[in-house]
Design a protein around this ligand. Structure first.
Ligand SMILES: Cc1cc2nc3c(=O)[nH]c(=O)nc-3n(C[C@H](O)[C@H](O)[C@H](O)COP(=O)(O)O)c2cc1C
Length: 214
């Protein structure tokens, strides 16, 4: 598959088959992640692959915490109006697909990684400057594209970070690391309506300005 085909074909998968992912495939996805460029080749990413019993325990702990309290986002910075609109467009566009998917729930789905058998935690050393999250983002995108190329599905899941303390405690994560993202990885359940959803994008003219003559 060409890079462009993978970029165009990838979409977030929100329902997975109960099919194990071969360790060699997970390794290929991680190998792709670490090919990303990074400032001075610092490679400031840290990954944890959570599967099997570890994954099940993590999901139980997260769902238990969710039933106790539905937590607000970790940061409450205001979102500029034009971006808010795009979020609203997503929520409206995805609604009919969610309604046609029995039992679909974004909160419970996100906190159970949409039943994915593999969860990849993405972290950075707290001592590394926040600007380096850019490098880690590049690695994550490589991961998502490689997974798609290999016939796997992914969903980046940020909602789980509202329960970062639960993830830390359950998996006994080192305290010098901060969690940036969790990624669900597995085989897409193509029978689910939610997985047919393709999110819209704004026109290039809304986010690109060409500067030639000044
Ligand atoms: C940092 C980040 C956090 C996200 N968190 C969630 C999440 O918690 N739950 C979820 O269902 N999707 C989550 N998503 C997926 C986005 O909703 C999705 O990428 C966006 O709507 C664009 O759709 P696409 O990935 O299908 O192109 C997240 C994506 C990113 C990049």
């Amino acid at each position: 598959m060409s890079v462009l085909a993978s970029i165009r074909g990838r979409r977030s998968i929100r329902g997975f088959l109960a099919k194990t992912v071969d360790e060699s495939l997970i390794t290929q996805v991680l190998e792709a992640a670490i090919q990303a460029p990074s400032a001075c080749n610092m490679q400031p990413w840290e990954f944890f692959v959570v599967k099997g019993e570890g994954r099940n325990k993590l999901v139980s702990s997260l769902l238990e915490a969710y039933h106790q309290e539905k937590r607000p986002p970790r940061t409450q910075s205001p979102v500029p109006e034009r971006y808010k609109k795009r979020m609203q467009t997503l929520f409206e566009a995805i609604k009919p697909f969610a309604e046609q998917t029995p039992g679909f729930d974004t909160w419970k789905g996100s906190l159970s990684f949409y039943n994915a058998p593999v969860v990849i935690l993405v972290a950075k050393d707290k001592a590394v400057d926040a600007s380096r999250i850019l490098d880690i983002g590049l690695a994550v995108q490589n991961m998502l594209l490689a997974a798609h190329d290999l016939g796997l599905g992914t969903c980046a899941i940020g909602l789980s970070l509202r329960y970062e303390d639960i993830i830390r405690e359950t998996l006994n994560l080192p305290s010098h690391l901060e969690l940036l993202l969790t990624v669900a990885l597995g085989y897409p359940d193509e029978s689910l309506a939610i997985n047919q959803f393709k999110s819209p994008r704004v026109d290039l003219s809304e986010c690109v300005q060409w500067i030639e003559k000044i």
